[in-house]
Design a protein around this ligand. Structure first.
Ligand code: SAM
Length: 322
């Protein structure tokens, strides 16, 4: 006898989890478990709040709702459409962004790391000169809690995609003007929508440019980027869901470092003396340490231990001969 078709939301959730596993659905774009992603997709499809109480799982679906759920799960599991392209949204923490196939789905470590990055750059800028006789150690130099802070005034997000990180920068640094650079005109249109939706058009300026090529020679306190870093030959091996994202958002050239090299090279002329560059580079940590030994890359610790975001100071970059 055929198994009874799911009728409640909870039964559909269990059905979806089994189908995800059977179909080898790839995770990581929206959530890291099938349970979390399928629950999100079901709640959104039914127009229910994402913070619904567990009792919502007992809710019986109408025939019309069942049709909608079947269709969305078919597109996710059979067609391998990423969940965020089905719902047209993605989150970094509480921040919601419009997304579609023109942009990569936001999933950056910068949400977690921005407060630590703010400490790094604002304390560097505000610190008394450690060499000065007027600033003895006991005055608190070296202790961020006692240091004077100098707020970030200019920051830039290179390779902005949906604009998500430029928007996070604007929220993190309320006094800053933020530039957001992107080479894809299609992605820029999405970024423009998101910047307006976050009411940040007065502070976040979008630029169509290959890294800094088309930008005026402004000097920044902070240059941040989550650039394309997948080595070209690895693109073919990606799970189908990831191949639905723009190739240009992933492809970092032969060794994955093409855009990163250009960012480092152009940042030399773009940083304030106290400024820093922070880059998120996925699995390239070892390759980066090998490629840029003189930069003495400092890797920030992330909660999951991936530690894939590095910091370089203006002083280090100035000495770099790359
Ligand atoms: C990994 S995605 C990051 C998008 C966004 N910052 C995020 O974290 O979701 C890289 C972005 O860089 C853009 N890009 C690729 N090459 C570029 C270049 N030479 N100059 C500027 N942007 C570039 C891609 O179109 C893509 O939107």
């Amino acid at each position: 006898m055929a198994a009874r078709a799911p009728t409640t939301l909870g039964e559909w959730l269990q059905w979806a989890q089994r189908a995800y596993a059977r179909g080898g659905v790839a995770l990581g774009q929206v959530a890291t478990t099938a349970h979390d992603e399928a629950l999100y997709l079901l709640l959104r499809t039914l127009g229910l709040p994402l913070d619904s109480k567990p009792a919502v799982l007992k809710r019986k679906l109408t025939a019309e709702e069942t049709g909608r759920v079947e269709e969305v799960l078919r597109r996710r599991i059979k067609d391998r459409t990423p969940a965020a392209y089905l719902t047209r949204e993605a989150f970094l923490g509480e921040h919601r962004f419009y997304v579609d196939e023109r942009v990569i789905i936001p999933r950056s470590y910068f949400l977690e790391l921005l407060p630590a990055i703010a400490d790094l750059v604002e304390c560097r800028a505000g610190s008394p000169n450690p060499a000065s006789k007027r600033t003895p150690k006991k005055a608190g130099f070296g202790n961020p809690a006692l240091q004077s802070r100098k707020p970030v005034k200019r920051a830039v997000d290179v390779c902005t995609g949906s604009g998500c990180l430029a928007i996070l920068l604007a929220h993190q640094f309320p006094e800053a003007k933020v530039d957001a650079i992107e080479l894809s005109p299609e992605a820029l249109a999405v970024a423009k929508f998101n910047v307006a939706a976050h009411h940040l058009a007065a502070r976040v300026k979008l630029h169509h440019s290959d890294v800094f090529d088309a930008l005026k020679p402004v000097r920044y306190d902070l240059i941040l980027s989550n650039p394309p870093y997948v080595p070209t030959r690895e693109l073919r091996g990606l799970p189908e869901e990831f191949t639905k994202e723009p190739a240009m958002a992933l492809d970092g050239g032969r060794d994955g470092l093409d855009i990163i090299r250009k960012i480092f090279s152009q940042s030399r002329e773009r940083l304030q003396p106290h400024g820093i560059v922070v880059l998120e580079v996925g699995g390239l940590r070892a390759a980066m340490d090998r490629a840029f030994p003189e930069l003495d890359l400092h890797w920030l610790h992330t909660e999951d231990g991936e530690d894939c975001v590095c910091v370089v100071s203006a002083a280090r970059l100035a000495k770099w001969r790359g």
